[in-house]
Write a protein that binds this ligand. Structure first.
Ligand code: TEU
Ligand code: CA
Length: 557
């Protein structure tokens, strides 16, 4: 901190709880979580000790990509309730001192959005340039870009004999941010949500909004279908910064809000360029580096073992690069498998509980704002889906279809079990009752059979549950200026099992020691001081960590 004054902000001091509304709590028995359901669980949310909630999209949507394809930015999805339900939830959160962060999905809209319905009508429609339309090349796509969810990023539209760009599904056409009218509409919409009382936005793939001039072909390795994934031409383009600075002027300046951008492909240097206090285009970004740690060259479905040295390097890199900015801290979200299954051990109960707590310590005491995804606080695990008919996520379904066509269905299925997004999207586990207490109807996505032992009710009863520990962890952080603002330094750098670091502010140091392995680990150096948090009981040897043990030690100079 170089004895400078700490640049305090509410969003640096609180933790954020991420809610996937479709799977949180169903208030009316239709099998789909809803806004009134979240409102019913406000006391639970408050009990976690979080200062903000981020809601995945709740806007009107045909749900091709579960709300990430928005038909109307200013209406609530019917299955989730009404605008009155929304206002009640917002008021209930604010009454408890909890802020509300909305998802903002403006790289693309739904193809059913009124703008696109107009846009596709004719080449001279006033909304034509709201999207990215191009002529084909010799009867084929305008360029060779691959999409995230389908082989090609282009879709041909007969009516006007042109193609439109969609980096995600065909039902998610990319908005044309070059068009000032698009930007003006988006900013006005955001300002209306701010005026309604929301406290900020999580901005979906916000670093993809500007595309390289001329939309040049990608030069990487083509997919089996012959398309090239070309983030060099659609991620982190210079215009993205221009647009975000404009957005700050038009929407954020003068408001007490927080904005966090989701920024796939960004390096730490690029990440810093978004949060650099000089411009502060965004307050935080979500980095993908850790999330890609077990992905092979062809992407997330090519699963490779993760490695601790690489994990430490990624964390140190971001902690260092953003030392004058601010990091977001997360192990999971609605797109990622469950961390305890991925980085801990979900094989049996003792290691599951201990590694879930250890992971919480390792991540959420870094310098940055913790984002806890629903169910993480229970140590919820990946799901034993039986076969592809259990899956609802279009990314997994499309991947499976393409792989099956190549005769690789079984390999694809194994990858979906480990990495598929539905692992995180099954209903929240409230109780051991039928459907995990999530709904009295038929849940839209199966519940994990392990809800008989992993659930909120059971965790409330058990003083050693992951839930009780998460409360202690978040309250320790909330009450420690050192854990919030202190400087980060990696220790035990070369240790093959241990991830450890210090956080230092003035004369106080908090040392975080985590055994990331299922075997005992010997520290190279003893750490003296008072143990203020530990994820297990039993005798404590200064230099020995039990499998998945985590400790936090406070000391003073
Ligand atoms: O995700 C952006 C993104 O990069 C995803 O494609 C991510 O790589 C993928 O989910 C990993 O499996 C955001 C949202 O979080 C996601 O839910 C949406 O599907 C996507 O944007 C399109 O809006
Ligand atoms: Ca419902």
């Amino acid at each position: 901190m170089e004895n400078s004054v700490i640049d305090r902000a509410w969003w640096k001091e609180c933790a954020v709880y991420q809610i996937y509304p479709r799977s949180f709590f169903d208030s009316n028995g239709d099998g789909i979580g809803d806004l009134a359901g979240i409102t019913q669980k406000l006391d639970y949310i408050a009990s976690l000790g979080v200062g903000a909630v981020w809601l995945n999209p709740v806007y009107d949507s045909p749900n091709d990509d579960m709300g990430y394809d928005i038909r109307n930015y200013e209406a609530v999805m019917q299955e989730f309730g009404t605008m009155a339900d929304f206002d009640a939830l917002l008021a209930g959160l604010h009454a408890r001192g909890i802020r509300l962060i909305m998802d903002l999905v403006v790289n693309h809209s739904s193809d059913e959005h009124a703008w696109f319905v107009e846009s596709r009508k004719s080449r001279d429609n006033p909304y034509r340039d709201f999207y990215i339309w191009r002529d084909g090349k010799h009867g084929k796509e305008p360029n060779n870009w691959a999409s995230f969810f389908t082989p090609s990023a282009w879709k041909y539209d007969e009516q006007t004999d042109q193609w439109y760009l969609h980096l995600f599904s065909e039902k998610q056409p990319d908005l044309n941010w070059q068009n000032p009218a698009v930007r003006a509409e988006v900013y006005a919409m955001m300002n209306r949500w701010f005026d309604r009382g929301v406290d900020g936005f999580r901005m979906d793939v916000i670093n993809l909004i500007a595309k390289a001039k001329g939309l040049p072909d990608g030069t990487g390795t083509p997919s089996p279908e012959g398309y090239v994934f070309a983030p060099e031409h659609f991620a982190d383009q210079p215009q993205a910064h221009e647009y975000l600075r404009e957005m700050r002027r038009v929407c954020f300046d003068g408001r007490d809000c927080m904005c966090v951008g989701e920024t796939p492909f960004s390096s730490s240097a690029t990440g810093f360029s978004y949060v650099d206090p000089v411009h502060r285009e965004l307050d935080m970004v979500f980095s993908f580096d850790l999330m890609d740690i077990d992905s092979g060259r062809s992407g997330k479905w090519e699963i490779v073992p993760w490695n601790l040295a690489r994990m430490k390097a990624i964390i140190e890199d971001w902690q260092t690069a953003l030392a004058t900015g601010w990091n977001s801290l997360f192990w999971s979200n609605h797109d990622q498998p469950r961390p305890v299954s991925r980085f801990g051990s979900a094989e049996s109960e003792v290691p599951r509980v201990r590694s879930a707590k250890m992971l919480g310590v390792a991540m959420h005491l870094l310098r940055g704002t913790p984002f806890v995804y629903q169910g993480e606080e229970l140590g919820m695990t990946n799901v034993p889906f039986r076969n592809i008919s259990d899956i609802r996520d279009l990314e997994s379904l499309n991947f499976y279809r393409l792989a099956a066509a190549r005769g690789e269905a079984e390999k694809a299925w194994q990858a979906i079990l480990r990495k598929g997004r539905d692992n995180a999207r099954v209903p929240m586990q409230w109780s051991a009752e039928q459907n995990a207490g999530f709904t009295t109807g038929t849940p839209w996505l199966m519940v994990n059979p392990n809800h008989d032992r992993i659930n909120v009710d059971a965790a409330e009863q058990d003083p050693d549950s992951v839930l009780r520990f998460y409360r202690a962890l978040l309250s320790l952080r909330a009450e420690s200026r050192t854990l919030i603002y202190g400087e980060f330094a990696l220790i035990e750098r070369e240790h093959p099992q241990v991830f450890a670091y210090t956080r230092t502010l003035e004369d106080e140091t908090m040392t975080v020691l985590c055994n990331m392995s299922g075997k005992e680990a010997r520290l190279t150096k003893a750490v003296s001081g008072a143990c203020v948090l530990r994820n297990m009981h039993g005798e404590m040897e200064e230099r020995l960590l039990a499998p998945y043990e985590a400790r936090v030690i406070r000391s003073h100079v």
